[in-house]
Ligand binder design. Structure first.
Ligand code: TMP
Ligand code: MG
Length: 317
């Protein structure tokens, strides 16, 4: 009712404005034109709450391909962990051709804005199953994986070092949750010198025989639209992630939004989505689904800025 009393209205508005100025996050990166936010005040509230709770309450859950890795560089696509295996050391020309055909068939389905995740799911299972069968037939040698990664053009996003190093420095667990190939993913992280002890990986791991030759993939298949099951089965059981109710989640697919579903008693979840491709068709769904959408941004600038703010040296606890 105070708002209807003119003499009280102005001071109240002034106090609210001052309060807003005082509590506003100082994250200039969020004002870039590549940043979209459906509800900026919610983002601010969540970031404040995370900062207040401190590094001890935080965990970061991130997708890998096209989230921690770049989508493109100088107009050329960066390979995913599956595509890094496209090296004559590991697979034949014919196998590479068939994997490319499968990519051209199924990737458009994965990113199709007009189909629901439920509609996409059987196609993803089909894609992953066919590719894994092809890879097993190639009798890939474990000892050649480091060379294949080294010879590939894979690149982590600009600013990745600050991202990994800050989390390690503050002992904040980083769960990398990927539908890619775990062995290749680990090698990429190793070769970039950021496989710190706080990094945990859930992914599709290869199973090698005693001679170090690929014979199967281990465990339940993870594809882009069943990460929820993986989160409930694996992530929920990791002791390092317990009693950390605040989550910064990074992904490039709408399926990545379920990666935090295994967190017990979550308090604040901030989701950041990289919108790399098919921007116009997918903008609306990303805008409605992620708290922060980064449009064609090949850097870790925004996640780094959020982390700098949330777990800065000026921490309150
Ligand atoms: P992610 O969960 O780390 O993003 O990994 C999944 C991505 O891998 C997904 O966007 C599609 C991509 N992918 C390929 O590039 N080639 C393949 O053969 C398969 C099966 C997936
Ligand atoms: Mg991805």
């Amino acid at each position: 009712m105070v708002y209807h009393v003119p003499w009280i209205y102005t001071p109240v508005r002034t106090i609210l404005a001052i309060w807003h100025q005082l509590t506003k996050t100082e994250i200039p990166e969020l004002t870039r034109c590549s940043v979209l936010m459906r509800d900026r005040s919610r983002v601010e509230e969540v970031i404040h709450a995370m900062r207040w709770a401190g590094a001890g309450s935080l965990q970061v859950i991130s997708d890998f391909d096209m989230t921690l890795t770049r989508f493109a560089h100088n107009g050329t696509r960066i390979p995913t962990t599956h595509n890094i295996l496209d090296n004559r050391l590991l697979i034949s020309e014919d196998c590479a051709k068939r994997m490319k055909e499968l990519l051209n068939t199924y990737y458009p389905v994965e990113i199709d804005a007009s189909r629901s995740p439920e509609e996409k799911l059987p196609h993803m299972v089909e894609w992953w199953t066919k590719v894994h069968e092809l890879l097993i037939q190639q009798k890939i040698r474990k000892d050649l994986l480091p060379q294949a990664v080294n010879e590939s053009t894979v690149m982590l996003r600009d600013g990745y070092k600050e991202f990994f190093d800050r989390l390690a420095g503050q002992q904040v667990p980083l769960l990398i949750f990927s539908a890619g190939v775990g062995d290749v993913l680990e090698e990429v992280v190793q070769q970039n010198h950021v496989f710190h002890p706080n990094v945990h990986v859930i992914s599709n791991y290869m199973d090698f025989d005693q001679a170090g030759v690929l014979r199967a993939f281990r465990g339940q298949l993870i594809h882009t639209f069943n990460k929820r099951e993986g989160a409930l089965c694996h992530a929920a059981g990791l002791p390092e992630l317990q009693r950390r109710p605040n989550v910064l989640l990074l992904g490039d697919s709408l399926g990545d939004l379920t990666m935090a579903d295994g967190v017990s008693e979550p308090e604040n979840i901030l989701t950041i989505g990289f919108l790399n491709d098919q921007v116009e068709q997918r903008k609306e769904s990303y805008f409605n689904s992620f708290d922060i959408v980064l449009v064609k941004d090949e850097t870790m600038d925004v996640p780094n800025a959020v982390l700098r703010y949330v777990i800065s040296a000026r921490e309150r606890r």
